[in-house]
Write a protein that binds this ligand. Sequence first.
Ligand code: PGA
Length: 251
Amino acid sequence: MRRPLVAGNWKMNGDTESTISLVKGITDGRAEVTNAEVLICPPYILIPRAADALNGRDDISLGAQDLDINQNGAFTGQISASMLVDAGCKYVIVGHSERRAIYGESDQDVADKFKVAQQGGLTPVLCVGETLEERESGETEAVVARQIQAVIDVVGINQLDDAVIAYEPVWAIGTGKTATPEMAQEVHRFIRAMLAALNGDIAEKLRILYGGSMNAGNAESLIRMTDIDGGLIGGASLQAESFLAICMAAN
Ligand code: PGA
């Protein structure tokens, strides 16, 4: 049985005050979420604020939204895996579609980040997903397969044992348009089958999250699908109430 995971991707939102109140809101309601794992991914600079606000609680995990492929040195503006671990992170998102589209990250860059994340002791949350154009031209499976294969080519299938995949159709992110549960399930099943062809145990164990306008109203119908093991939540993770409602739906 895969333990559901609900991850909040705060993106570039928040400040000290909102971090403290959001973490407080989530910790206050956390006890009711008895089964699902809860993860929050604040902007880099707010990670220590969130860690302080968690005050030693380990029932809410911390993650980052990106990392650099280098360990340390002359890389102005960058943050490494060891810095994230030092700040209390367990997870790191790699290959979010905003990083791919806005910052030009290639499949190869994402694979390299996946590798250094694991080498540094972090569990990568690998984001994959097609654009609207790709979906409309019937390329969804090919795109998702290419994005995952790039990682497997670099690290090998066995490394997927300590990872999470998030299927996030680009056209559903921040748009209010969600994939129907059936559409999402179809891609999740495809991903699991692709991995099962390489290693059945890993495919069975791997958590595949759905992301893209998931909210308190639609979470349950999505997470109920066989191959959807939780969510990567953007907008709805910025309010404790909606984030906790999704955690409950996954519970
Ligand atoms: P959204 O973002 O929930 O605001 O659509 C999801 C994501 O980008 O991870």
